[in-house]
Design a protein around this ligand. Structure first.
Ligand SMILES: [Zn+2]
Length: 112
């Protein structure tokens, strides 16, 4: 996997952990729901058609998350975003910079 995608995965992991710790009564690790959400984000990243050319998921033109997962992850981001800046400023800033990338247009499978 591309190092940038690995970093993005790590960033998302931390955000889900921050969210779960503040919302769900779990002393260690993630609750079942958040664990499933985390697995889902990993799967989406692995299957992302843009790979190392991708922008951040929030700015991506391709919305690959199913509706319920998208709502969950948005809630996680809303909660964890400001906390990331304080606790992991490095990761947060890199993620912000990733958002300025323009994803490469995907090759179209049709003859025009
Ligand atoms: Zn949780």
């Amino acid at each position: 996997m591309d190092p940038r995608l690995l970093r993005e995965q790590k960033t998302v992991d931390i955000m889900i952990e921050l969210y779960c710790r503040d919302h769900h009564e779990i002393s260690d690790g993630l609750c079942e729901d958040c664990e499933a959400l985390k697995d889902y984000t990993h799967l989406r990243l692995q299957k992302c058609p843009y790979q190392e050319k991708k922008t951040t998921c929030a700015k991506c033109p391709t919305h690959c998350y199913q509706k319920t997962m998208r709502e969950k992850i948005r809630e996680v981001m809303r909660h964890a975003g400001p906390r990331m800046l304080k606790q992991y400023p490095g990761l947060a800033i890199l993620h912000l910079l990733d958002g300025f990338r323009k994803p490469a247009p995907l090759k179209k499978n049709r003859n025009t």
